[in-house]
Design a protein around this ligand. Structure first.
Ligand code: HEM
Ligand SMILES: N[C@@H](CC(=O)c1ccccc1NC=O)C(=O)O
Length: 263
């Protein structure tokens, strides 16, 4: 039986670049703190999922923007947004794994991390920008960004968001999008004529779900932070949990939330 022994061809480890992947966990603590491997692994897994989410969100946006006559790809945008929701639920649940670390075990290596912090996650900020929450001040406030990273953020600031693409979908369906009031009226019309505007309403709900899951992650993250460091200031130089609480109100699609009060 030579199953699995065909040699000299593509291998599992080669295909997945495991040599690079599994040697990319370098501890800062010396002597090594037991829990630092978990801390690095969790963050690397987050960044891999962020990369996947950016891949899906970019394609969903492009599918909504596609104006090629006869090439209606809204079903594809919808499919990708649903996948994003499932990944986003994983991101929220994954916090449980990190919470198996006690605060005193975290403190064994926490001081070696400063001034690094999740605040500097470029992909996290790209996701916020692409979703619709563009804030150029983040690009300026970022310390220690490489030129490539800075350029990636600038490009995300310049390109259309998921919300911009959704507005194009409304306009193509003959629904006015000239002002916030018009957009709200248009989505309300879709909400009350779901037979006539099935895809529009489904996309609005999928965007709202994406927004809700991002809010759930922020809420989960801040509670973990309180559990780990209480009211201490962050390694990134912010006030810590207070700063993170100020971010809880962020919504990507405020009009979709306001609509709820006027349906
Ligand atoms: C022990 C666990 C963690 C603690 C104590 C913690 C703490 C903090 C603190 C205090 C901040 C505010 C910035 C600062 O001054 O440092 C922050 C921001 C942030 N953290 Fe964490 N964090 C933890 C785990 C994670 C994980 C696993 C991720 C996943 C990638 C993450 C992603 C982020 C992001 C994206 C921000 C920026 C949020 C924003 O600006 O809205 N953090 N974290
Ligand atoms: N900001 C955290 C440290 C931390 O969690 C962290 C440090 C370096 C890289 C990523 C991190 N994760 C989230 O902020 C703290 O103040 O304890």
């Amino acid at each position: 039986m030579d199953f699995g022994e065909q040699g000299a061809r593509l291998t599992y480890g080669g295909y997945l670049q495991l040599e690079r992947l599994l040697t990319s966990q370098r501890l800062e603590s010396d002597p090594a703190a037991h829990d630092e491997l978990l801390f690095i692994t969790i963050h690397q897994v987050y960044e891999l999922w962020f990369q996947q989410l950016l891949h899906e969100a970019t394609a969903a946006r492009d599918a909504m923007l596609d104006e090629t006559p006869g090439a209606d790809r809204l079903w594809w945008a919808q499919h990708l947004l649903q996948r994003m929701h499932v990944v986003e639920r994983v991101l929220v649940q994954q916090v449980d794994v990190l919470e198996t670390m006690t605060p005193q075990d975290f403190l064994q290596f926490r001081q070696t991390l400063a001034p690094a912090s999740g605040f500097q996650s470029v992909q996290f900020r790209e996701l916020e920008f692409l979703s619709g929450a563009k804030d150029p001040s983040f690009v300026e406030r970022f310390r220690g960004l490489t030129e490539v990273e800075r350029e990636r953020l600038r490009r995300r600031l310049a390109e259309p968001t998921l919300w911009d693409a959704f507005l194009r979908v409304l306009a193509r369906r003959g629904l006015p999008v000239g002002s916030d009031a018009e957009v709200t009226d248009s989505v309300r019309r879709a909400a009350h004529d779901r037979g006539g505007y099935a895809e529009v309403w489904a996309l609005a709900e999928a965007l709202l779900q994406h927004d809700e899951l991002a809010a759930a992650w922020r809420a989960r993250h801040v509670v973990m932070v309180e559990r780990m460091i209480g009211t201490k200031t962050g390694t990134g130089g912010s006030s810590g949990a207070d700063y993170l609480r100020s971010r809880l109100e962020l919504r990507y699609y405020p009009l979709l939330w306001e609509l709820r009060s006027h349906l």
